[in-house]
Ligand binder design. Sequence first.
Ligand SMILES: N[C@@H](CCC(=O)N[C@@H](CS)C(=O)NCC(=O)O)C(=O)O
Length: 216
Amino acid sequence: MTAPLLIGMDSSVYVRIARLAALEKGVALERQHLDPFLPGGPPDWFLALNPAGKIPVLRHGDFVLTETQAITAYLDEAFSGPPLQPTEPAARARLRQIQGIVDAYAYRPMVWGLYVALSEGSAKPEEVARATAETRRALGLLARLASAPWLLGGAVSLADCHLAPVIQYLTAVPPGRALLDEVPPLAAWFRRCRARAGWAAVLDAVGPEGGRDRAR
Ligand SMILES: N[C@@H](CCC(=O)N[C@@H](CS)C(=O)NCC(=O)O)C(=O)O
């Protein structure tokens, strides 16, 4: 079968998560650029693949997959390479728990509530205060679960791939950096992520969509 095709743009948190999983797995992805935020919305061909209009979409032969947790699990399970999910039930459940926390409690306040709002200068003080409180709570939830050196212990997993791109945006604004520094074990974990081979290039990637300080 041909290489899997990842559709989306480099600056997207969720595209970066899928790319980190592929990198760790040693899977070479084909790429197709798609900016879902262009005026007029995504094109019809893309909405036919994902009516939700969200990136990324993975295409592998005739198989089309949306939702990043499903995409990264598929990359891990359908390809050879180092396993990125534990097999022991409790550890595997911990992985799903961390992914759920990132999606439900971290992405929105950290990326939109702090990074986008502060870098666009569109921040209303009460909204920043709420995003700050929600970010603190999410970092606290994650810190209670995090092992070292990686979130699940000795080996990098899909949990690390899922959280690092969100923290990348959080730390791109000074108040976000300060919030991460309040949680030294997570700050140290993120330094390890950025130092890991190939990760900084994915975490810093911006494609043809350009360096617009907006929606991720
Ligand atoms: N639940 C989706 C979320 C993906 C997502 O939110 N992607 C953002 C970019 S990082 C997006 O496509 N946003 C377009 C929009 O909201 O219109 C997943 O896990 O893949």
